[in-house]
Design a protein around this ligand. Structure first.
Ligand SMILES: [Zn+2]
Length: 336
């Protein structure tokens, strides 16, 4: 039985020029599950939200431009949202006002082009407070970089070449909120690991829910996903065939593991990553000593895995099984 999907609606979209290179299009979503402002950071003007572009009764072309439901690029004096004369682009709609995708000109064809996707959960400390307790900030930056690039020179990983989506879900601290996360940090300073700390606070180990991410990707017309993750549970939560298929897992190996001079180097993050691998079943290479140069030589090249090879074996909750599965996976990466 498949659980019905949350309903999402994109209420606004805007172009954001970035310091990293390409413009991105920030999409703000509402939904029927919570009152939080979940986001999609979209690379590529032609990846279109169906709910945003749907025509609304009595709205003007100006209204549509203000909501961000326009094709091409805005410029002073432009009056029509559905048509960009300068770029020669025009959108078409059916009689119900639904966008008719035009895969040759105005709409990204995700069935033909697998799309690089990251489902990212908000982490205030990792993204804004320079925290070295976790790698969320690094993963967020890396996802944006990979989506922009054709190929990542250091690893040979195929990027998105300017097309891709980072879904940004407001579920701070694995879903427990920032206040509780700060308490968990104090418990970690008292000797608990991240899993024990959550349990001591009477929270689940991980209360995140990625189903909103699934609905947002479907709304954006994404079909075939190359998912940037080490988390097998995320792969299972996103896969929704035949509408949304995870066709490849692209691993996110910590930068510090491949280059000792870069990335996050702290005692706290070693413990954090170790717990992710050993107790949460994350599919990461597990160096026995994170800083030994011998290990680092082994992890110079990342292997891109097909999702299907990981879907069944790694979802066990028994930590013993998870650990042994992870070790099998490690062997695969190290031998690659
Ligand atoms: Zn974090």
């Amino acid at each position: 039985m498949t659980k019905s999907l949350p309903k999402v609606e994109c209420i606004a979209r805007a172009r954001i020029p970035t310091t990293q290179g390409p413009d991105i299009f920030l999409h703000l979503y509402t939904n029927d599950q919570d009152n939080k402002e979940h986001l999609a950071i979209v690379f590529g003007e032609d990846i279109r939200s169906r709910s945003l572009f749907r025509q609304r009764p009595n709205e003007t072309q100006q209204d549509r431009m203000i909501r961000g439901a326009y094709v091409g690029k805005l410029h002073p004096g432009r009056t029509i949202a559905d048509k960009d004369d300068r770029l020669g682009l025009q959108l078409h709609f059916d009689t119900n006002g639904e966008l008719l995708p035009d895969y040759n000109f105005t709409t990204w064809d995700s069935a033909k082009n697998s799309t690089l996707v990251r489902i990212h959960s908000e982490c205030y400390t990792g993204e804004n407070a320079w925290s070295a307790r976790c790698d969320c900030g690094e993963q967020f930056d890396r996802a944006g970089k990979l989506i922009s690039l054709d190929v990542e020179p250091e690893t040979g990983i195929k990027g998105g070449n300017g097309h891709g989506v980072i879904v940004y879900l407001r579920q701070e601290g694995r879903g427990i909120g920032l206040g509780e996360k700060l308490k968990a940090y104090n418990l970690q300073d008292l000797g608990a690991d991240t899993v024990q700390a959550n349990l001591l606070l009477k929270h689940p180990v991980d209360s995140r829910d990625f189903s909103l991410g699934k609905s947002i990707l479907i709304d954006l017309g994404i079909e075939n996903v190359r998912l940037l993750t080490n988390n097998p549970d995320k792969i299972n939560q996103i896969d929704y065939p035949p509408i949304l298929k995870c066709v490849e897992r692209v691993p996110m190996v910590p930068i510090h593991w491949t280059d000792a001079n870069k990335g996050i180097d702290s005692k706290e993050i070693e413990g954090y990553l170790r717990t992710k691998i050993e107790r949460m079943g994350h599919l990461l290479t597990e160096p026995l000593t994170l800083h030994s140069s011998e290990q680092q030589q082994h992890i110079t090249k990342q292997e891109q895995h097909s999702c299907s090879t990981h879907n069944t074996a790694n979802t066990e909750t028994d930590s013993t099984i998870v650990t042994s599965t992870t070790k099998r996976d490690n062997a695969k990466i190290i031998n690659a």
